[in-house]
Design a protein around this ligand. Structure first.
Ligand SMILES: [Zn+2]
Ligand SMILES: [Zn+2]
Length: 154
C-alpha cells in the first residue's frame, strides 16, 4: 500500500510505503495547539515506511517530557507534517495527520478517542473514550498492540 502525504501548503511531501496500523482521535492540549483545531485525527504507521520526497521546511520539537512524540511542523504553513515516537514494540512509530493524506478515503475509520477529558465539545459515536493521561496511554497502547498483532498475522 502506498499513500501520498503533504502538509497543507505542499512544501513538505511524503510517501507512506506500507500499512496504516491504526487511526485515532486525540483531544490533548498539545494536539489542539499543534493542529490549531479542537482535536487531532491521527494515522499511525511505521516510521521506516515514511519516505520524504520533498522535504524543505520542517521543524521537529517535543512539547513535553519523554515519552513524547517528536512533532514535525512545517515552517511555512505552521501545520503538522508528521511526528514520530521511539517505540520498543518493533520499530519507531510515525504519527501522521489524517488531513495530510491526499486520498483520505483509503484510510480506516478512527478506533478510539484519547485525552477525552480535554474534548472541546462532546463527540457522539460508539468509539472507546479514554480520560486522563494514564487511561489514555493504556487505551492507545492496547489498541496499538492489537492492531500491530493483527497486521502481522494478516
Ligand atoms: Zn506546509
Ligand atoms: Zn494529543
Amino acid at each position: 500500500m502506498s499513500f501520498e502525504i503533504s502538509c497543507s501548503c505542499q512544501h513538505n511531501e511524503l510517501v507512506l510505503n506500507g500499512p496504516v496500523i491504526m487511526r485515532f482521535i486525540c483531544h490533548c492540549l498539545i494536539c489542539q495547539n499543534v493542529y490549531q483545531a479542537p482535536y487531532a485525527d491521527v494515522v499511525v504507521a511505521w516510521k521506516n515506511d515514511v519516505i520524504t520526497t520533498k522535504f524543505q521546511s520542517i521543524d521537529f520539537k517535543k512539547f513535553r517530557m519523554p515519552p513524547a512524540v517528536n512533532r514535525g511542523i512545517c515552517i511555512q504553513c505552521k501545520k503538522p507534517v508528521y511526528g514520530y515516537l521511539k517505540s520498543y514494540v518493533k520499530h519507531d512509530l510515525a504519527f501522521i495527520p489524517a488531513q495530510n493524506f491526499k486520498d483520505s478515503s483509503l484510510l480506516p475509520e478512527p478506533c478510539l478517542h484519547e485525552f477525552y477529558h480535554r474534548a472541546v465539545s462532546p463527540v457522539a459515536d460508539d468509539l472507546p473514550k479514554y480520560y486522563g493521561y494514564m487511561h489514555s496511554m493504556f487505551g492507545l497502547s492496547k489498541a496499538l498492540l492489537k492492531n500491530i498483532y493483527t497486521a502481522d498475522n494478516a
